[in-house]
Each structure stands twice: as C-alpha cells, then as structure tokens.
Ligand binder design. Sequence first.
Ligand code: GCW
Length: 736
Amino acid sequence: MPKMLPLTPATGEMRRPRAVRFALSLLFGITLLAGAPALQAEDGYQLWLRYAAPGAASATASPGISQLVAIADSPVQKATQHELQRGLQALSGAAPVGAKTVTRAGGLLVGTPASSPQIARLGLDLDGLGREGYRIRSAVVDGHATTVVAANEDVGALYGAFHVLRLLQTGQPLRDLDIHETPRIAVRVLNHWDNLDRYVERGYAGQSIWDWHRLPGWLDPRYTDYARANASIGINGTVLNNVNANAEVLTPMYLDKVAAIAGMLRPYGMKVYLSARFSAPMEIGGLATADPLDAGVQRWWKTKADEVYALNPDFGGFLVKANSEGQPGPQDYGRSHADGANMLADAVAPHGGIVMWRAFVYSDEEPVDRAKQAYNEFVPLDGTFRDNVLVQVKNGAIDFQPREPFHPLFGAMPKTPLMMEFQITKEYLGFSTHLAYKAPLYEEVLDADTEVQGPGSTVARVIDGSLDGHALTGIAGVANIGSDRNWSGSHFDQANWYAFGRLAWNPDLASRDIAAEWTRMTFSNDPAVVEPVVGMMMASREAVVDYTGALGLHHVMGRGHHYGPGPWVEGGPRADWTSVYFHRADANGIGFDRTRRGSDAVSQYAPPVAEIFDDVARTPEEFLLWFHHVPWNHPMRSGRPLWDELVLRYDRGVGTVRDMRATWAGLDGRIDAERHAQVAAFLAIQQDEAQWWRDASIAYFQSISGLPLPAGVAPPPHPLGYYKALEFPHAPGDTQ
Ligand code: GCW
C-alpha cells in the first residue's frame, strides 16, 4: 500500500511518492447524516457539481473521508485528483455536527493499468472500453473493500471518477458495482454562437464566457470550471466561435488566445474547434478568391492549418456554415458543398483534424419548400466527402422549433457520417426565462425511426454509426452558456446542458432519469423535491408546444429576435422568414401541405414513414399541420373539430405553466432561498408570456378562421391590433 496522506488538496500533490504514478486510494468511513444539511444561499455557479451531501431523506450514506493517497503526474491525472478531493471532501464535510462514523467501508482506487500497479494487478478486462470508456467495480484491494475505477487511458479514469461522484451525490451506495461505460458517439461538442466582441447570437445568459480581449494574459478560472462541468457529462470538445464566423479568429493574435483556452480545457479531455469563415483567404489572406479548387486557396488553408496545429497540436478541426443565410461558400464559385468541405478536410487531415460541415442550407431563390432544400442539396453528394468530414444536420428540417419531425437527411446519406445538431439555447422555447426541459425533445428525435433499413433504424443509430458502420460519429449542442453567474441564464436551463451531455454519451438514456439525476445533484435528494421537480420538467416542453402553437404549427414567432408570438408576420425580404409561409392559414383551413399532393416533402422519408406522413388519418396529430393543410373543422381524435382543439391546446399550455408555478411555490423552504426566488420570478414571467402567446395567437387565428371560441373559453383581452403593434427592438440574441 502506498503511504497515507491527510486529505489536504493543496499539499497532497507535492508529497506524492514517485513509485506509484497514478492511483487514488481513498479510505473513508460511512457517515450517516442526522438530518438534511441547513440550506445555504446558492447562486447556481456550482451547477450540478455542488457536492452537497445526499441528505438523510435519501436514506443512504455519504462518505466521511479520513485519509487519501493521491499520486498524479499528468495534467489529466491531476484534474482527476483535484476533482475527487474537492468532491469527496465537500460531500463528507457537509455532514452536520453530531454525525456519527459507524464503520470503515473501504477505499476508492482510480487509474489505468499503466499508471497504477494496483490496478494492473487486478487484471480487469478493459477490452472494448476504448480511450474514453471505464469500468467501475467493487473489489477487495489489499484487504479493503474498494471501489475500483479502471480505464485504458487517463481520460477514461477521469470520466469514471465523475461517475462515482455522481453516484455519491445522488445517494446511491457504492456496493456490488460492475459498470462498463463507453461513449456511443465519438465527437461530443458544444457549438458556441459567440462573436469576438462577446455578443452571443441566440444567447440569453449574458456575454460570451470567452474574454477575448484579456486573453491570453488573463486566464479566467471559469474556463476550468467550464471544462469540469463538461467533462462531468462527457462532452469532449467545443467550438469557440459563432458559425456566422468572423475570419479574424484565424489571425495569429486570436490563434494565441485560442491556444490559451485549449490549454485550460485539455486536462479535462476537451478539444477546441473553430468555426471557419469560407472567405477567410480573401479577408485575412489577401487572396482574390476563396474558390476551393484554386491551388492558391488550397495552399492557404493548408498553411493556416499548420499554423493552428503548431500552436495547438490536438486542435479538433473546423465547423463551417457555408452558403446559408448569406454566408460565403463554395457555391459562390460554382462548386459543391463537398468541394468546400474536402478542401478543408485535406488541410487538417495530416494533423488528425476533422471538418463538421453544416447541412443547414436554404436559399430564398429556391422556389421549393424550405423543409426540402437541405436534402435536395446534400443527398446527391453522398459518398463524395472525405473520410474526416462529418455533415452536421439539425434535428429537424426547419430550425429548432419546439417540435419538428426528424430531419429527412437522417438515414438518407448512408455513405456519409451525419452528426446531430441540437440547440441547447432556447431560441424558440422562451429564451432563458421559460422553464422548458429539452431532453424529451432530444429523446423524441433520437428515438424516431427512419425505417431506412426496416424497423429499428432509429436516428440514434444513424448518428452513433451503428446503422451504416461509421467509426467517425458526432453530436453537437448549440450552447446556452454565458457570463451570467449561473452560466445558463436560469437555473433550469442548466439541465439542458446537462441532458445534452448525458444523451451525447448515451443516446438511449431516458429523459426522465436524466431529470431525476440532475435534480438530485442540483437541488436535493429529498423525494419531496425530486418528484415534483421532475414532474415539472417532464411537462414543461409540451407546455411550450401548446402555448406557442401545437398540432404541427411552426415558425410562428416574432420576426428577427424570435421573442414572443408573431403568427401574422408576412412580407419582408424573403417568404421563408415569415409565419404565413409556414402556417398557410386562410378562411378554409390551416397547415402546410407537404404531402404528395403538395410540396411532396413527405417523399424525402423512407417509404413506410412517407406513407404515414402522407396520410392525414395516420399522421400523428402532433405533426398534423406540419404535413397537411386541413379545414378548420377537421375532426380530431378527441372528437373535437381542429379549431376547438387548437384553442384548447393554447389554454392547456397556459394551465401547465400555472401548475408548474404552484408546484414550485410549494417547494419554498426545501430549496435554498436565492435559487427558489429566481425560479419563482421566472415562472411568473413565463406565465405572463404563455398567456400572451395564447391570447395573441387566438386573436390572430380567429381573425382568419372567423369561428367562435369553444364554450367556456375566455376571449383574448385585447384586439389583434394590440398584439401586432408590440415591438421589442432590444430583445436579446438577435443576429447582429
Ligand atoms: O436558428 C437560426 C438562427 C440563426 C442561426 C441559424 C443557424 C447562427 O435564427 O441565428 O445563425 O439558425 O443555425 O445557422
């Protein structure tokens, strides 16, 4: 056994014995807590890594650590050690005075066979765990009951350490464990839509956390906490800048700053990526063209890649938005998306980099249904991308709406690895003030069956590579992180970051289980908290769908800033930026006919799915108006006509928010006052805004349908003109 040291984070490292390179062996007793710890003011900065003792209400034990042997050489090992020290000490330190140590329960051993002779001696089978996977196993080591976390590489051990901390935080006993974990998706990244002036497009949590002006001289400790939070949920990369990219990020001055951030994230297994502006060779390189087939342009990108990698050897690669919403791209030179992607792919390939090429493309000059355009442009290119290219596809064909059917590209490009793009920030789900837990949305899409290879060809199996045998796989989440003290703008929006990471690691996890896990770590293990909070979270996304426009309505928000209702939005620069283009309501009915008789978008799905979406009787009602234009009196499954059903959904949404508010009010005293008060205030905002959405939408659609409201339904308090006249010139997050 290595020598025991007292648990003092500051000195543990300095006194490490050289003989054993990386083993964390913690001996701790089990301390039964006498009662829930006193509630302390919290501002949300700690996220789900509060390491609060699970509390007596969980009826389980928390470790009271007595001694620690810690050996850590590499940066990743040190990060692991620090986290375990921090976590275990806080978990035990939270025990109230008078808690009694009842038994000596054993230790915790974390490492790899290469770094720890003790782990090597155990001879655990680590095959199939890859670089990032880990095993957690209850074992007897040197006569002590021990929880062993073993991995092939340090980063796997880091992830395993976070898993143990999660078990402890959620009040689960460290007994009889035999856990094997490997990530199902290789590239698990955040996409920051952050500009270099710290403005965050579609960001509702303050400024960008990247303090570009002070970098690289000032390395905000927040970057380390960011990396800790991401590593705790398995996120292994981040794209620092907006896809609407500024070429300057590729200049030497910024590349130094990028390298400084990368240095802080690296010990936590995170790589840094950049959004590349396609026209950069012209803007910062002085070339006359950015044509991807031009030898000078190709040379410029290769040299640029060499420069990036010289500063940052494990740089991840580039993300590109090209020929979309005014961004430059290969089509400016008559070249294809594959030509553009491959040129960049060739530049980063010698360094092991990848290119994530976005499929979010549409053009107002294209007369076809916007929902069809990405498929039309990309499917013919299947098989023509380099091996290190991923095509990044949004979850639905329009744009991160509260509900969309899965994007028809999933399953339609078997020779190309497609990566998922989810939005974590809530551009269309109430910014950061509305409580909307997005994991059910993510889960719904991941579980959707493309049927391209028969039943079971789920979107999850497309993106994890198992359907078509791809090793390079990826998933991206548009970040909701900013400079706000609580990171995400609201306490509950932290759950969307958390859930994204957990589903990126394992797309089969259930959104309810993730909600429970997050609630336990973020608020309390008390079942009187967990059950109602999980209930609120699980109802919340459907509430947003209901009060913003249910039954397949989409893109009915305010123009530009996307804040609040705007079903009347029409005119302006392009039809497919209006609401009337999407809902097509007239005196006879409502909905976008995407059937074979209409835009024929249904035919982009595999035949069994297309058949269903083409048939008004078989289309799930939540997608009715997405695929069909139906009369206002279309009979619904409830027996009600469509108009009545739609109106009642608006009311149902407002009602759910009212219930959430009441539930939260009932938790007063069980949640620390600071966080409780902010959530309560935000729920009040949400209730007002849900009511506004409902009133404005009903006023508008009634002006089109001309139908009376169902019996007992309150009319909107204002005439339609009142809602249409509201303006929000300074709403946050708009495109600059
Ligand atoms: O969701 C929409 C947003 C734009 C965004 C664009 C995209 C970054 O309204 O702000 O631009 O999609 O995904 O490229």
